[in-house]
Write a protein that binds this ligand. Structure first.
Ligand code: XIL
Length: 371
């Protein structure tokens, strides 16, 4: 990012600053001592096929998360087969760069093969059998990276929008105790790892009330939960910074650490309404819903910068309880918003543009560190 040297025909070496002054710094340095700053990595970044992306990752970030490679369907695609090829490279990359390495995730209702909940004859599994599968999965995956993966999203999105426990196959078959059991298995497999409950829309009071009740219950049962993950899939105007602020405070009050685990800001129209991160949404494409194919208008670029600035300001305010802020991707070419909730759009949700250059939002994020 620093400066780029261009040799002129005359043989002169001219140093061209390729970006503004703020781009001289890195996110990880700007927030050193406050919290680590992470990015979710996709397959080309993990395997070294995206050299430009890898350069940004090494220069800017002090933590990494796996966008997909540790999800059940990838790491454990068949009953007796685990595939660790990509996760091994992922962890090695984090170790090479001395990063805080995150595992995402152990228990979720998405990206898990349906056969996990059925026996060989297609019959729904009983409670004991499913718990045995859960234990085997967690012991195998967490155990393999014991002492190397520093934090695990143990349960992902287990609270529903109305604050009740999500009616997932996990809940239906095992009952509410599956959450405590997942944490216990993870702790048994690696007693030093930080263990998270991770969810979206915890800024919205109704859902948060349910999450708070859940966390209180886990604490009462002495379940080894350390951290609440706010996914942070935000829009330009929602949730308000006050709501984000309140959510962080409320979980901190319970004695939890807080991590912002999947930060991005979607500037594209949301026909389905306000914030959500329901990965099963799939809305039909039409050009009115894809307004910035040719580039982001400056006015929106500035709104995005202001939004990142105000969000990072809240994170800094809470740096005593926040131990990590992770962006859900590196450049705008990588953001999942290019394909969700509508396929084939041109999204601008992150801090680096499609050419890997820092955006005004990057400068705003650095500036909020106040150094
Ligand atoms: C998303 C990935 O970014 C996509 O590549 C994938 O197709 C679907 O999942 N909440 C989560 C993440 O916890 O795992 C999701 O990641 C985004 C919403």
């Amino acid at each position: 990012m620093q400066t780029r040297s261009i040799a002129l025909a005359a043989g002169l070496l001219v140093n061209l600053a390729v970006a503004g002054a703020a781009a001289e710094s890195s996110l990880k340095d700007a927030y050193q001592g406050d919290f680590v700053v992470g990015a979710a990595l996709n397959e080309p970044e993990i395997t070294g096929q995206d050299a430009a992306g890898d350069a940004i990752i090494a220069a800017q970030f002090s933590s990494i998360s796996p966008e997909n490679c540790l999800k059940w369907e990838r790491v454990h695609p068949e009953p007796n087969r685990y595939d660790f090829a990509l996760p091994d490279q992922y962890v090695a990359l984090g170790e090479k760069n001395h990063m805080f390495i995150v595992g995402h995730n152990l228990v979720w209702h998405n990206q898990v093969p349906d056969r996990v909940f059925h026996d060989a004859n297609g019959k729904l599994l009983g409670r004991k059998a499913l718990l045995a599968r859960l234990k085997h999965h967690i012991y195998t995956v967490v155990g393999r990276y014991k002492g190397r993966i520093n934090a695990w999203d143990v349960v992902n999105e287990v609270v529903d929008e109305d604050g009740s426990l999500r009616k997932s196959p996990w809940l239906k078959i095992i009952g509410p105790g599956y959450i405590a059991m997942a944490f216990r298995y993870a702790h048994q497999a690696d007693s030093k790892a930080e263990l998270l409950y991770n969810d979206y829309n915890l800024e919205i009071p109704k859902k948060r009330e349910g999450a708070i009740a859940l966390v209180k219950q886990l604490i009462k049962q002495r379940v080894p939960i350390t951290t609440v993950g706010l996914q942070g899939h935000y829009l330009l105007g929602e949730p308000s910074v006050e709501q984000v602020d309140t959510a962080i405070s409320e979980f901190a009050k319970l004695g939890m650490k807080v991590a912002i685990t999947e930060l991005d800001v979607d500037v594209l129209p949301r026909p389905a309404g306000g914030p959500t991160a329901d990965v099963t949404l799939n809305i039909a494409q039409n050009s009115a819903l894809n307004p910035y194919v040719g580039g982001l208008p400056d006015s929106v670029q500035q709104q995005l910068a202001a939004r990142y600035g105000e969000l990072f300001a809240v994170f800094v305010k809470h740096r005593d309880v926040i131990d990590r802020v992770t962006l859900w991707g590196v450049t705008d070419a990588d953001t999942w918003h290019n394909n969700w909730p509508i396929r084939g759009r041109t999204a601008y949700s992150l801090l680096f543009d499609r050419a890997g250059q820092p955006k005004p939002a990057f400068d705003a994020a650095i500036h909020a560190a106040g150094r």
